[in-house]
Design a protein around this ligand. Structure first.
Ligand SMILES: [Zn+2]
Length: 514
């Protein structure tokens, strides 16, 4: 492709934060949801009491009711705890400034705060009610500036005051919503009860978003997984149905690894952003990131002026969704997550027919070269902890080199029966989605447990703490990737040309639409 495209890709890499089948919910379905919420407004408290007193097998099950007012100015929250609690806190240090008041709803006594903690009585409290200044919290969130006034992003870290959660604890949160107001949160929805979700302990790779207001939402099923999509509104309209098709298409790309989508209940949010007129040459997908906090959410910032058709060949969304094939990895091992996502975005866009094979290998080759020249004095583990302005290419591409080496070795030694795809497929069955943070060695030890002869930990020991970069050039030569003046040409006469073709070949058909 063009030089411009490469520049754009580089910009994307630099911007990238290391930082359900169905259809768009139609008017009729919206109406059904609204009716449920109306019933819930007067039945909610009784329901909450029943749940709070129900006996569960293990763990503490807290019950929250969050009433959203018509104007989106306030949240009225009532919490019934499984047992009296003394520790109640919000995650954000700025949460206190959005709290309009809190009280013990049994005694009526006011509860003061000290920083991000509530000063509860020594005996603890069983019921808490508090009010949040939602409008003020929304003003503090930069992303709201480009959104319609009745679309509000406010992270739960500034409004969710709660006890600590152990592995077996959870919070059931029911939202009571006025007509036409929707909510989108990363937590697991309870199908049988409207606007009700279960919040459990999880990694906190960032701050999850909660979205309130009047926006389109869809649930689309891809290969058995329900993807919940929220499509926020700005002053520029866009074709939300076409956007949902694009998300389906992207999620289908991920199923080309092992025939399933890695997370049965992922969330995707589309955030239109205002971009300056001189940036019209940038692709429609301006930025993407995955947030693992209370569930897995991919946030995609888009320029609504760009045609959605152009999004299908953009790698950003495939990259972000590819992250779901691995669990959240501890900070200094982010090079593994980024590398695997970089590897698969190129492989999957080729399998899906969006890239031709030569273009994919050109991108892989060029990326590996950028990685090779990035902070050569550092190891991948060191580079991830370093100033990322200098080390980003090292972080993004050393894991790609490892993924490529592992994939070719697995295919070669098993006569094509095993591959990185099959290892990831086994990993998904045992371990995803994972609610905890993994280390690189835990992950690779698990991968090796699927193999007769270990591989991943050997590669980890070889490269993770070693300065320099894996030498992938001999392997690329064996695969038939020939370079003429920096331009990739594919040779079918090469020793491993069949493996190269098999790697990019499409085995799974992708999920049919429901
Ligand atoms: Zn990434």
């Amino acid at each position: 492709m063009t030089e411009l495209r490469r520049i754009v890709d580089n910009v994307h890499e630099q911007q990238h934060n290391g930082m359900s089948t169905g259809c768009v919910i139609d008017e009729q379905l919206k109406t059904i949801i609204i009716k449920w919420s109306r019933r819930a407004t007067f039945a909610g408290l009784m329901w909450a009491t029943v749940l709070a007193s129900a006996s569960f097998a293990a763990g503490n099950h807290h019950v929250y009711t969050v009433q959203v007012d018509e104007s989106l100015d306030r949240l009225h929250v009532t919490a019934h705890f499984a047992a009296p609690v003394t520790y109640i806190a919000a995650r954000s240090n700025s949460a206190e400034q959005f709290l309009l008041g809190a009280q013990d709803c049994d005694s009526g006594e006011r509860i003061e705060t000290a920083g991000r903690r509530m000063a509860t009585p020594d005996a603890g409290i069983s019921c808490l009610s508090y009010v949040i200044d939602l409008r003020k919290a929304a003003k503090a969130e930069r992303r709201n500036r480009s959104l319609a006034p009745d679309n509000i992003i406010v992270s739960p870290i500034v409004w969710m005051w709660r006890p600590r959660l152990g592995r077996r604890d959870d919070v059931r949160v029911q939202f009571l919503l006025p007509d036409a107001v929707q909510v989108s949160v990363p937590w697991r929805p309870i199908e049988s009860t409207a606007h009700t979700y279960v919040l459990t302990a999880s990694p906190q790779s960032g701050s999850a978003t909660a979205i309130f207001g009047r926006f389109d939402a869809a649930v689309t099923n891809v290969a058995g997984s329900d993807l919940r999509i929220a499509l926020l509104r700005s002053s520029t309209d866009y074709d939300t149905a076409a956007m949902v098709d694009w998300i389906r298409d992207t999620a289908n790309n991920i199923t080309l690894v092992y025939g399933r989508f890695p997370n049965p209940a992922a969330r995707i949010i589309i955030i239109p952003v205002a971009t300056s007129p001189w940036r019209r040459d940038l692709p429609g997908v301006v930025f993407g990131r995955i947030v693992r906090d209370g569930g897995e959410t991919v946030e995609l910032l888009i320029d609504p002026r760009q045609p959605v058709e152009s999004y299908h060949s953009d790698w950003t969304a495939t990259h972000e969704l590819s992250h779901m094939m691995l669990p959240y990895l501890r900070g200094e091992q982010r090079w593994i997550s980024e590398g695997f996502a970089q590897y698969y975005q190129n492989v999957l866009l080729t399998r899906a027919g969006r890239y031709d094979e030569q273009y994919a290998w050109q991108k892989l080759h060029d990326g590996l070269e950028r990685g090779r020249t990035s902070v050569p004095e550092m190891s991948p583990n060191e580079a991830t902890g370093a100033d990322e302005r200098n080390s980003r290419m090292k972080v993004y591409w050393s894991g790609t080199a490892l993924a490529l080496l592992a994939d070719i070795e697995l295919r070669g030694r098993s006569n094509g029966k095993k591959s990185l795809d099959t290892v990831l497929g086994q990993f998904q069955r045992c371990c995803l989605p994972s609610v905890r943070t993994w280390t690189g060695t835990e992950l690779f030890t698990k991968f090796d447990s699927f193999l007769d002869e270990p591989l991943f930990m050997n590669l980890y020991r070889q490269f993770a703490d070693t300065p320099g970069f894996p030498d992938t050039n001999p392997l690329l030569g064996q695969l038939g990737i020939v370079l003429d003046d920096g331009k990739v040409r594919l040779s079918d006469a090469a020793e491993l040309a069949e493996i190269r073709a098999a790697l990019m070949a499409r085995i799974y058909t992708g999920a049919p639409g429901r």
